[in-house]
Design a protein around this ligand. Sequence first.
Ligand code: SF4
Ligand code: SF4
Length: 229
Amino acid sequence: MIVAQRKPFPEILSTIRDYEKILTVGCGTCVAVCLAGGAQEVSTLNWELSAARSLRDQPLELGEATVTRQCDHEFLAELDSLVQGYQALLSMACGVGIQFLAERYPDKPVLPAVDTSGMSGNRDVGWYEERCRGCGRCVLASTAGVCPITMCAKGLLNGPCGGTSGQYCETNPDQPCAWHTIYHRLAGQGRLKDILEYQPPQEWRNQVPRTIVQPGYGHELENEGAETA
Ligand code: SF4
Ligand code: SF4
């Protein structure tokens, strides 16, 4: 899931300094699960903002709304009649949701209240580990299910950097070296030869917005940049 964290409160307060009527918009999916931007977090943030502005004698009128997913126009539609009454929107969704909100209401300033970290797994309650950076060309087949882009500090695709210290990364003595893990997991599976499979440099197609069209939904390809899954 996508994981995010609420921005530091002074930063949010500064972001909204020019506005007196703001709608805080939460998202009911990923950011709600990681307790960064669901309905509860929207209410808490609004309460804190009200108190802070009140102490400064700066008027502030806040509204709140949480949609099922901000990254889906279908769910944003329910905000259409609401947003016109506000000067600005404060979004607690991930970066995708914030951008969809800004796209739908281009005449409104849309301000982020969270920092989006990435795609992570749930290691324990409230403990998220990043595992994928959405590179667009997954190499997990030859790396024993260990992502070298996310788990290696240098994002190396073809073996370790040479600085491995024991089984740990040279940049962090608490972080296992990704390539140490890859080597030993492949060895345990009797397929060490896979480590010799050369991985060409990533094209980093994530430097331009990628579009994926799932054929299963029956859509026609709408533009040349779209990939079929
Ligand atoms: S190689 Fe890593 S970053 Fe790329 S898709 Fe696979 S898990 Fe994600
Ligand atoms: S020590 Fe291992 S994980 Fe750390 S940068 Fe080098 S290869 Fe990557």
